[in-house]
Write a protein that binds this ligand. Structure first.
Ligand SMILES: O=C1O[C@H](COP(=O)(O)O)[C@@H](O)[C@H](O)[C@H]1O
Length: 268
């Protein structure tokens, strides 16, 4: 781990300001070179930390943003467990990103998954595949319109880390960690509720131009030490190694408390 990419802050307000600075800078650079900004957002604690300062910034070309979800729980879009619903409340409701550039799961496909769960494995495979393929098509519509691409290359992926080391909906020791092809995967046995979700695969994560992990609070101390300072770690977040892109860590002092790596405090 390049210690200069670990940024620590004495409180979450300062963290949010620097995270917004980085996001604005990457948005400007991406729009300048590609005329759009493609970003993947996670759920959990991230939307609030991301939006608290960013939503008040001026001069952002929101109409050039294309937003995907790094993972999504397979619940209706207005359900309290939905990552979309959380991002809407914290972020989308406050900024003018065009609705058709916020790419959600297709909620009309959820009832057939519910029915499939009653029927068994084969039916679940079929119903979940439809949801996965629908989301992959949405990625294709943005990333592969001109040339076929092996993996989408996001301008920025914003990731969280669970206390168990999971990121997106990629959980420790889960077979999904071994996927080397495919953009989106279904998980039906998430150890963190709700159990049914979709997630970006590790290759999609690792192909991004920029990846920013955001983690706060005492509860993340031990897992961050393992992920950042143990090069042998097989925890999901420790398997994030951008192929050519940049990796950033945004931590508050509480989360970073056990790290011995050199820390810096400003990103730009
Ligand atoms: O279940 C999830 O958890 C992770 C981590 O959440 P946090 O609250 O500990 O930050 C999140 O990144 C992911 O998107 C979400 O579905």
């Amino acid at each position: 781990m390049n210690a200069s990419n670990i940024h620590t802050f004495s409180n979450t307000r300062e963290l949010s300001v620097d995270l917004a600075d980085l996001t604005v800078k990457l948005s400007e650079e991406s729009i300048k070179s590609r005329d759009r900004f493609t970003v993947g957002i996670s759920g959990g604690s991230l939307p609030k930390l991301l939006a608290s300062d960013l939503k008040n910034r001026e001069d952002i070309e929101w109409d050039k943003w294309h937003v995907f979800f790094c993972d999504e729980r397979l619940v209706p879009l207005d359900h309290e467990d939905s990552n979309y619903s959380l991002c809407k409340k914290e972020f989308f409701d406050h900024v003018p990103i065009p609705g058709d550039q916020i790419y959600t799961i297709d909620p009309s496909l959820l009832p057939q998954l519910e029915t499939a769960v009653e029927k068994g494995t084969e039916a679940i495979e079929e119903a979940s595949l439809e949801i996965v393929e629908d989301y992959e098509q949405k990625l294709i519509s943005v990333f592969a319109t001109v040339n076929a691409v092996k993996f989408p290359v996001f301008d920025l992926l914003l990731l969280g880390v669970g206390p168990d080391g999971h990121t997106c909906s990629l959980f420790p020791d889960h077979p999904l960690l071994d996927l080397t092809i495919g953009w989106v995967a279904y998980i039906g046995d998430s150890p963190k509720p709700p159990p049914r979700r979709i997630t970006f695969t590790l290759p999609v994560v690792n192909h991004a131009h920029n990846i920013a992990f955001v983690a706060t609070g005492e509860g993340k101390q031990d897992v961050l030490k393992e992920i950042i300072e143990n090069p042998e770690s097989r925890l999901p977040a420790a398997l994030v190694h951008p192929v050519t892109g940049k990796l950033y860590w945004f931590l508050d002092d509480a989360a970073a408390f056990k790290l011995t790596s050199l820390k810096v405090t400003s990103v730009i």
